[in-house]
Design a protein. Structure first.
Length: 140
C-alpha cells in the first residue's frame, strides 16, 4: 500500500539512497530534458511505501565549489517539495512506484524563482508521460 505523505514534506523515505538502484536508473531509465534540468526516471518496486524516491545531483564539473552545489540542491529540494503532488497523484491512482533522478545542468548560478519554474515545467512533462503510460495500459 502506498502512503501519500501529508503536507509538503520531504522525508528520509522519499530519498533515493540505494547504490544499485541509482546505477540501474542511470543506466536504464527514461529521461525528460529541459533547459536546465534532466529527469531520469524508472518504474520500480521500492522498499518504502512511498510513490517516488528522488535523488538530486549537480555536476562538479560545472560547479567546482561545494557550497554552490549544496545551494543548488537545497533550492531543488525546496521546489520539489512544493510540486511533488503533480507526480504523486497519478502514481497513487495507478498504485505504482518509481525512482527519479533530477540532474541540474544549468550553467549559471540560479535563484529560487528560476529553479522553481524549471522544476515545475519538468514535473508537468513527467506527469504527462505518466498519464500517457496510464492510457496505454488501459487500452491494452
Amino acid at each position: 500500500m502506498l502512503l501519500y505523505p501529508a503536507g509538503e514534506t520531504f522525508s528520509k523515505a522519499e530519498r533515493l539512497c540505494r547504490k544499485k538502484l541509482i546505477d540501474d536508473v542511470y543506466a536504464n531509465g527514461m529521461s525528460i530534458k529541459s533547459a536546465a534540468m534532466v529527469f531520469v526516471y524508472m518504474p520500480v518496486e521500492l522498499d518504502e511505501p512511498v510513490p517516488v524516491q528522488v535523488l538530486m545531483t549537480v555536476s562538479k564539473r560545472l560547479y567546482k565549489r561545494a557550497h554552490d552545489r549544496n545551494r543548488i540542491k537545497r533550492l531543488m529540494r525546496e521546489a520539489y517539495r512544493r510540486h511533488k503532488t503533480l507526480i504523486y497523484e497519478p502514481l497513487v491512482a495507478q498504485q505504482k512506484q518509481m525512482a527519479l533522478m533530477i540532474i541540474f545542468t544549468g550553467r549559471q548560478m540560479p535563484n529560487y524563482a528560476y529553479v522553481y519554474g524549471k522544476l515545475f515545467e519538468s514535473m508537468k512533462k513527467l506527469r504527462g508521460e505518466l498519464s500517457k503510460s496510464e492510457l496505454k495500459e488501459n487500452n491494452e
